[in-house]
Unconditional design. Sequence first.
Length: 109
Amino acid sequence: MAEMSAAHEAVESGDLETLARLLRTGEANIHEEFDGLTLLHHAIDVELDTHTQTGGPLHVDTTALLLALGADPRRGSAGGVGPTAEHVAFVNGHWLASCLFEGWGRGGG
């Protein structure tokens, strides 16, 4: 199995500063994939898992950062043929991400 990129590792660990730096400097691509997941799909998964495992509040920090830096919630995973991040958030109950995506869509995203 391929090694997770630095950007995906930053998503996994919630290291927003590193993630932003990697994307802003071009060291990472906003649409890069690991194991069939874009950074945005991965963020949704991590945010939901953290909420479920800890019982703490649902967060949307990583998703919001990726959206602000150009991620497209309507882009499919697995090379564009899989479900969109928008769909994954909706069907898995990540209501905060769904709200962000709705606002993004109204803003002409």
